[in-house]
Design a protein around this ligand. Sequence first.
Ligand SMILES: [Fe+2]
Length: 199
Amino acid sequence: MEPDRKTAKCALEEAERLNPGGWADHSRYVAMACENIALHCKSLCSERAYILGLLHDIGRYAGVSSEKHLIDGYYYCMEKGWEKAAQICITHAFMIQDIETSIGVFDMEEKDYQFMKNFIAHAEYDDYDRLVQLCDALALPTGFCLLEKRFVDVTVRYGVHHATVERWKKILEIKAYFENEIGCSIYELLPGVVENSFK
Ligand SMILES: [Fe+2]
């Protein structure tokens, strides 16, 4: 079971105190996007979507890191019994179920790397995993943004990775999947996306 909204918000605030940064506001926008999209999906609970979005980067409580934040978040949530949130702490970075497709650095212990590799290969993704993957790519710490702008921004900062195009294609596929579910453009459900994308 996941925590309720209030508990999840408190957990994020506490984590933000431990490691202040734009990641916390990014998480709040991811949560809002998840909630807004889920509200229009028959099969999803918007409250659950909000909470899972809010907690996806909670592993950043442990300090500034690259892919280590994924495993830190997993352990953090598992300790509290938040199993699905723990899963998403890892899966949100792997829209393709292969650890080699990550664009980050594996700055964790070898045993944690092996655990994640196995976890990603065997995880069963559902629409909550896919929703957080999509919304993670839509949200900056300052608001929502056109996916394609985010793609270029990330690639300019981190360089082209062998899986870059494959990752873009997967996210666009997930976007199309949810747009089919909700019957409109996802951007219609993201307040401020136009202003944010063009400034
Ligand atoms: Fe994120």
